[in-house]
Design a protein around this ligand. Sequence first.
Ligand code: ZN
Length: 201
Amino acid sequence: MPSPVAHSLIGLALGAAFFVPRARGASLRATLRPSRGLLCLSVAAATAADLDYLPGLFMGSLNAAHRLYTHTLGWSLLAALALWLIGRWWPARGADRPGAVASGWLAFIGLTLIALSHLAADWVTEDLRPPYGLMALWPINSHYYIAPHVLFLHLQKADFSQFFCRHNAWAVTVELAWCLPPLLAVLFYKQARIRHAHPPR
Ligand SMILES: [Zn+2]
């Protein structure tokens, strides 16, 4: 499964695509500022499936409960619903209030697609231990699915001592190579000056 780096970048790219309005040549900060709450929710939606690492922290193996029911369609819908409700109930603070946008059904659909992006990314990731893949369609069925060709490398993370190894550094480099260009492309599009067919005289 890819690291939180890949999932966060995918969440940011999709969140920016869904929730950040085009700012016509404004600074990056000014472009993102009104949507920063929704971008936080987007990153949370994209990474929520990996909450299943937490039980492993107490069981002595990070993978002990990993890649089961949180990596499913059912969990993705629940996570998106929970984050959408958080967005709706977010305390109002002027333009920074995510609820101003997150109260719409379109925001729920956006957060659902972002949560499902986690399954898509894990689906195209190298998996070296059975059962291979994930129960992506649970509760519709409990079959495991994995892509025939992978984009991301597996991470060595049976315990913390493996975490900072050369293989994982290469795996994260591959993730950056796949995930940074789409994010930069979305940000560039959101800031691009809009040309008018008939410029004002
Ligand atoms: Zn995962």
